[in-house]
Design a protein around this ligand. Structure first.
Ligand SMILES: Cc1cc2nc3c(=O)[nH]c(=O)nc-3n(C[C@H](O)[C@H](O)[C@H](O)COP(=O)(O)O)c2cc1C
Length: 187
């Protein structure tokens, strides 16, 4: 993660290109109910103020607020249940969201989001993925986001400042040993 961006703007056309690659993530039933709202210019300013994220970051990591672009990923369950209502899928009984053992609209959105984070890194850009703030509901309504679109987080994007240093939780806690997490042949 990058937590200090430089003021240099990011080309929005590049973000569109990367999103077109990022969305080629696995998609249950190829439902593709993964949406992105891309904010630039004044809308980025508005994101910080309406959601009160500026209050949080200004005292901690003000460099985050230099982000040039913000991408908001959303999952739409309705588009998955509609897909699973089609003749080739109806037998699974997943035409009702309550029947899904795993909400694949969330996993699909997370996988596409991770693709974007990797692509940004590959292109030499920086990004911070973080959780949504309370004021987001108001802001999303203002943006015309459908009520049933589910947010999974926020991606702030920019050029990494020369002074950016590793920060956040990984500085305070180590990476867990692989053997604690990878279980071979049995847990
Ligand atoms: C769901 C989620 C929420 C996060 N929220 C924040 C946040 O509010 N502020 C922040 O600085 N980092 C946030 N992060 C970033 C994590 O701290 C970071 O990815 C993790 O510590 C690993 O650091 P690295 O990606 O730099 O290796 C969040 C990550 C996830 C997955």
């Amino acid at each position: 993660m990058t937590r200090e961006f430089s003021p240099e703007p990011v080309d929005p056309v590049l973000i569109d290109e990367l999103l077109d690659i990022a969305r080629r993530a696995p998609s249950a039933g190829f439902s593709q109910g993964v949406h992105f709202v891309v904010l630039s210019g004044e809308q980025v300013e508005r994101f910080w103020s309406v959601t009160a994220a500026d209050e949080w970051f200004s005292g901690r990591r003000s460099g985050v607020m230099q982000a040039s672009i913000i991408v908001l990923p959303f999952a739409v369950a309705r588009e998955y249940t509609a897909r699973y209502s089609e003749p080739d899928k109806i037998a699974f009984g997943l035409d009702d969201a309550a029947n899904w053992p795993v909400p694949f609209w969330l996993t699909d959105t997370a996988m596409a989001t991770q693709n974007l984070l990797l692509l940004l890194e590959d292109r030499g850009l920086g990004a911070l993925y973080f959780g949504v703030f309370e004021g987001c509901d108001v802001f999303f309504r203002e943006l015309g986001v459908p009520d049933d679109a589910q947010t999974i987080g926020v991606i702030a994007i920019g050029h990494r400042a020369a002074t950016d240093r590793p920060s956040g939780s990984p500085r305070a806690r180590g990476r867990r040993p692989l053997g604690e997490l990878v279980h071979r042949n049995r847990w």
